[in-house]
Design a binder for this molecule. Sequence first.
Ligand code: NAD
Length: 471
Amino acid sequence: MARANKVSNICCIGAGYVGGPTCAVIAKNNPDITVTVVDLSEPRIAAWCSPALPIFEPGLYDVVQVARDGTDGRTPNLYFSTNISQAIDEADLIFISVNTPTKTAGRGAGSASDLAYVESAARHIAEVARSDKIIVEKSTVPCGTAGSLRDIFNALAPSVHFDILSNPEFLAEGTAINDLVKPDRILIGSLTDERSVSAAEALADVYAAWVPRERIITINLWSSELAKLAANCMLAQRISSINSLSAICEATGANIEELSYAVGLDTRIGSKMLKASAGFGGSCFKKDVLSLVFIAESLHLPEVANYWKSVVDINEYQKDRFTKRITKSMYNTLARKKIAVLGFAYKKNTGDTRESAAISVIGQLITERANVAIFDPQVKEEQILRDLAAEHPAQIVRDSVTVYADAISACADACAVVILTEWDHFKTDQIPEPRPDVDLGALHAMDERALSNHHSIASSDSGIDVVDGSA
Ligand code: NAD
């Protein structure tokens, strides 16, 4: 079977949480390949070119320094640029790693993925490309998207040959570098004609620079597109399953942590993603479940659509339930009470706040007229205020919220401490004594070992624990 030429120049369209780290790891492990990550956003590219990277991810800077700056003495081969046309022109393989948000955010309703960014990237490629290209879907897309890309290329650039592959990304924010360096699997989806198979082999060779061959799986193009959606939906479903059980625990006297431990010991089930929380967050889980709901509805499979819709419904219910428990435990009123909220990112080890449960929980605390004191080790004040102002009038947010520079100050004189992100900082920081004149909310601490000395956070059999979502 003919093999495609070795890839020598990669362009990645989209310098976000996926495009940046993925290309940094590819470049580091393939010193002979030039890798250029491009984006429409000038500030984002400027940050990627600086010491202050636009995203926080443990281990990322070390990898970027090696590939971008040649800190180990090698020739740099990783570039970040806003010159998208030039990068497309020079590349023989192009990753499309742009955002694919939900088209219309419907609370619990099935909504399609917005493919406007994917289409715009494809049109840009078609306008500029003068030589054959391998196009790789890195973004999470609905099953069948490769067919739409083919139509765009055929219509706009009929003289150029494009091989379209699906190569979804399974990294989770907070552990992205580890996930990229030691992936469970690399999935490459292609058609079965000879050129497509050769293109898939060329992409596999890029990964084989550091990933064992047996972990690089080549499958059918449509299976690959759907597998990414299915994986995220099943992870979200596990979180909603354990969260739904937490409500039963609270009503019966069962303990959700004991339950989770006991259930997770079954090797058919396993213990990962079985921690009850205030609900999953992040930019992926909800949108990918909604995308699957939309696909099922489009295929006239209402029972299937309803099944997956319940995963999102339970998540909304859990966030709401969590906040109601806070209110109930404080004489049903939070008016003018200082509530400390530790953690705003949707999970630890990231500064990403997209769809964070904190936005919804704090929004309800504001509605209850609480004085909310927030601390997160990675999320800046302006980001917190911007996220909250998207849901509430900006003036009310400014009047209700204070962002602190450390956990201790945020908790001082607080009536209750709500831990929404399981940052390790909160396991070791000493939380100050509570204000003596108020009864404190019975909120379940994130980690009882760390906070057991602090009597203001009463341990309860609540299933409500920490936010634990991942992409
Ligand atoms: P992101 O929003 O962080 O980054 C996307 C970037 O693409 C943005 O910087 C945007 O400016 C840029 N962009 C959009 N259209 C463009 C265009 N036409 N030309 C150039 N740049 C353009 O998104 P992300 O979190 O990196 O996610 C990207 C994709 O990967 C999504 O489909 C997502 O579902 C998927 N994914 C995300 C994660 C995650 O943890 N974030 C994990 C796996 C998969």
